[in-house]
Unconditional design. Structure first.
Length: 369
């Protein structure tokens, strides 16, 4: 407290930050529940706003490299990112990907003239809880790209530079990795570009993958007018689906499959189905649940689905399905026009035919008297 009092007395040190614990993601914190951290107050300046802040340093795992906070907590809260890796705390994605999908992204000035004033105003907004992140509805694109589980491989040690030159003599005792470094644009990342969300090679790779989620290509068969809805819960009823889908055309049927937690919605026209698929793909949310939507597939028998019995059994030629479904047509007809099925033959499953008698044993088993 005495140190903080002295800091606040100096007008040039009003913006200096003092904290008790860093703002980090689960990946950077490591898989070990017991972490030993070092704390250095006002040790370095933030790499974004250039103001001194409290630096934390720790080792997230036995074979991991040491990590330390790179930006102050004000800049971290302003962008809702980790102080170490600068990835979004909610989705685990780069800032450029997150801000591209969210329209209310914070615009931080890049010039030194306005940066100090903006940092002071941002600190006040953070204290008052006026930041916009975490207050919007879930974005479907970010949900698809989000990293759900921690990625501890990101904490592994750096590549040994002496090993690359062929001069490392430590062998297995070397704390660095003896691997060939990967070259390319992914290995050339700038921390400021990553924070501001510009020229980030990792973000460009993820945004290219996100282009595949934007459209739902309709099938070539114009007779298909059914949409598949997946990810339902017990709270979603048929009326909830009808209230949303009837706006795009006349509905023919709505089949709710509670066991599979899905539904099949059939329109009377193809135009209504295409309009619903175009407007609701990656945007369908009912009672706070993000639902999946895709085109239904026609129910038809594929080639090779059936095989003749004569190929596998020594019985009269009949047709048996290899999959559960519709009963097969009969192979032959009995006298009188009755259809024949292999199940009508008692010997088909190993039963004794008519007129078969067991031979008596030479030594019958003893009986109790």
């Amino acid at each position: 407290q005495n140190l903080m009092t002295l800091v606040k007395r100096d007008i040039n040190k009003e913006g200096w930050e003092q904290s008790d614990f860093p703002i980090v993601c689960e990946t950077c914190l490591g898989d070990n529940p017991l972490v030993r951290m070092t704390k250095a107050e006002f040790d370095k300046e933030c790499k974004v706003c250039a103001r001194p802040f409290t630096v934390f340093r720790w080792r997230p795992g036995a074979k991991a490299r040491y990590k330390k906070t790179e930006v102050c907590q004000t800049c971290s809260k302003l962008k809702n990112v980790c102080q170490v890796c600068l990835l979004d705390l909610e989705y685990g994605l780069p800032v450029q990907v997150r801000d591209t999908a969210m329209p209310h992204a914070e615009q931080i000035p890049l010039s030194d003239v306005n940066r100090e004033y903006f940092a002071d105003q941002a600190e006040r907004r953070v204290e008052q809880g006026l930041i916009s992140y975490g207050k919007s509805l879930p974005n479907p694109t970010l949900i698809k790209l989000a990293r759900v589980k921690p990625y501890y491989k990101r904490n592994q040690a750096h590549v040994c530079s002496f090993f690359v030159r062929g001069e490392c003599t430590r062998g297995s005792d070397c704390p660095y990795r003896h691997e060939t470094p990967e070259e390319g644009e992914l290995s050339q990342q700038n921390i400021k570009d990553r924070y501001y969300g510009v020229n980030d090679p990792v973000a460009k790779k993820l945004l290219g993958r996100a282009e595949q989620f934007k459209t739902l290509v309709p099938p070539d068969d114009k007779e298909i007018t059914t949409l598949y809805i997946g990810g339902l819960t017990s709270a979603i009823t048929e009326n909830d689906l009808r209230d949303i889908f009837y706006a795009y055309g006349e509905l023919k049927t709505i089949k709710l499959v509670t066991r599979a937690m899905c539904a099949f919605i059939t329109y009377t026209t193809r135009d209504g189905a295409e309009a619903a698929a175009e407007n609701l793909f990656n945007k369908l949310t009912i009672k706070g649940v993000q639902l999946r939507i895709s085109w239904g597939k026609p129910q038809q028998f594929e080639a090779g689905q059936f095989q003749t019995v004569s190929e596998t059994h020594n019985t009269p030629a009949g047709i048996l399905p290899t999959k559960l479904g519709v009963a097969p047509p009969p192979g032959i007809n009995l006298p009188g026009g009755r259809p024949y099925y292999p199940s009508m033959d008692p010997s088909f499953m190993g039963s004794k035919p008519d007129g078969f008698e067991d031979k008596p044993r030479d030594n019958p088993p003893p009986t109790d008297v």
